[in-house]
Design a protein around this ligand. Structure first.
Ligand code: ATP
Ligand code: MG
Length: 409
């Protein structure tokens, strides 16, 4: 039998048609909301599979739909938003005479006004040309055109906004004007127009979508994604080894990896990717599974260190120290503000409090509300493992424990 020798464990966003593990419940919700012209906010930390699941959604919706993607990491201001929207609209609109006529008609007929109390923009027919120079008006025209797409091109439209929380950092986002623009336009969306907002800074995103003055605090569906459950990942790994290499991977291998990495989607794929490569070259001579897993894990951890160091490069020294301290005490459920902890860290309580807030907003830490005091945990298990290595725990020590779990199973 000839096997397809391409590594099925992908370490980048998964496209439609590529091996993708479960997320069936979440996909059903997304499909239902899209078909009902709904708005969804998709929460999930870095590298948990937001882009991948949206790619699956697009594929599952099929050809009656077009997907429009916009990543707000690359939209620092309204001028850039206008440029991006122009690119999107130019690509989406066929250059037929009928459409050009419809657009020309829209452009001269749009009127922008603001509610004096809520500052919510409204628009209607009759834009005066003198307003057209304002970037807010320019954005509004384009967003309005975006929502007209289903009618103009006779297809349903799925808009996906990635890293949407970044709009709050735009220097020209005065009085939450961005949020008001999107709300004003999308609240009046037509049938066949659906939007998924997502981002990896969950604290900031949640705040945006629960504030009544800012986003769609009502009528929006929230959806959380995080780790992959081992009940789904184990069969996924088994099936992919068997289909591509004709090898039966012992169940305990994906099982211990799931436990070691708390089901972290990117981590699981990366370790399995490494293991698959080893098996691909060694399959004729028989595989020593614990040995191979040890190599795959060690390579994975060492490869993650460099990007991790670059990632924490955005933190101040005090934030880095606080991050390290939280990671060190996480398992002991000890308060970072206890006398003992403060003494160990050597930072003032007020500096730590500020750092915790910043780390939470940047997605490095997650706040776990508890009676008495809030507890913080490191959001990303890979960050936690890298912090451990940087604090002196050896990679071998970490992987040996996992190998032992395999050998003793
Ligand atoms: N359902 C899944 N099955 C298998 N692998 C997955 C799944 N979801 C995500 N992954 C893997 O996790 C990694 C991260 O996926 P993806 O880029 O979609 O996440 P993201 O949340 O969009 O990340 P970022 O925050 O960096 O944008 C990829 O390597 C992908 O292969
Ligand atoms: Mg992504």
């Amino acid at each position: 039998m000839k096997f397809l020798l391409r590594n099925p464990f992908l370490t980048r966003p998964i496209k439609w048609g590529e091996p993708f593990c479960n997320r069936e419940k979440e996909l059903q919700t997304l499909i239902r909301e899209a078909k009902n012209s709904g708005l969804v906010v998709l929460y999930g930390p870095r590298r948990c599979g937001k882009t991948s699941i949206l790619n699956q959604l697009e594929g599952r919706l099929g050809n009656d739909w077009i997907r429009i993607e916009l990543d707000f990491t690359f939209v620092p201001n309204l001028r850039e938003l206008v440029i991006r929207l122009d690119e999107i609209l130019t690509k989406a609109l066929p250059k037929s005479k009928k459409i050009r006529k419809a657009l020309a008609a829209k452009k001269v007929s749009l009127e922008l006004s603001f509610d004096p109390v809520t500052m919510t923009p409204s628009f209607g027919l009759g834009l005066k040309s003198k307003d057209a120079g304002s970037l807010i008006a320019e954005s509004l025209i384009r967003l309005e055109l975006l929502t007209s797409l289903p009618e103009l091109i006779d297809r349903r439209v799925l808009v996906t906004f990635d890293e949407f929380q970044e709009i709050i950092y735009a220097p020209d986002n005065k009085d939450h004007i961005y949020e008001k623009l999107f709300r004003g336009v999308f609240q009046k969306r037509p049938e066949g127009f659906s939007v998924v907002f997502c981002g990896s800074k969950n604290t900031v995103l949640r705040k945006m979508f629960s504030d009544r003055a800012r986003m769609f605090y009502r009528g929006i569906k929230s959806l959380d994604i995080n780790s992959l459950q081992e009940d789904f990942f184990i069969p996924f790994a088994e099936e992919n080894f068997s289909r591509t290499l004709g090898i039966d991977i012992p169940k305990v291998i994906p099982e211990v990896v799931c436990r070691f990495l708390d089901g972290h989607p990117y981590g699981l794929q990366k370790v399995m990717h490494n293991l698959w490569n080893l098996c691909d070259t060694e399959k004729t001579s028989g595989i020593d599974w614990p040995e191979a897993l040890g190599i795959a894990l060690r390579d994975f951890l060492l490869e993650e260190l460099l990007p991790f160091q670059a990632h924490i490069g955005q933190l101040t020294p005090v934030q880095r120290k606080t991050f390290q301290a939280i990671s060190g005490m996480e398992d002991e459920y000890q308060s970072i503000f206890s006398k003992e902890s403060l003494g160990k860290i050597g930072l003032a309580q007020s500096s730590i409090a500020l750092s915790l807030k910043a780390l939470d907003e940047k997605g490095f830490l997650t706040k776990v509300p508890e009676i008495g005091h809030d507890r913080y945990v490191v959001t990303d298990i890979i960050d936690k493992l890298c912090l451990r290595i940087l604090s002196g725990v050896s990679v071998d020590e970490m992987t040996d424990r996992v190998i032992l779990a395999v050998r003793s199973s």
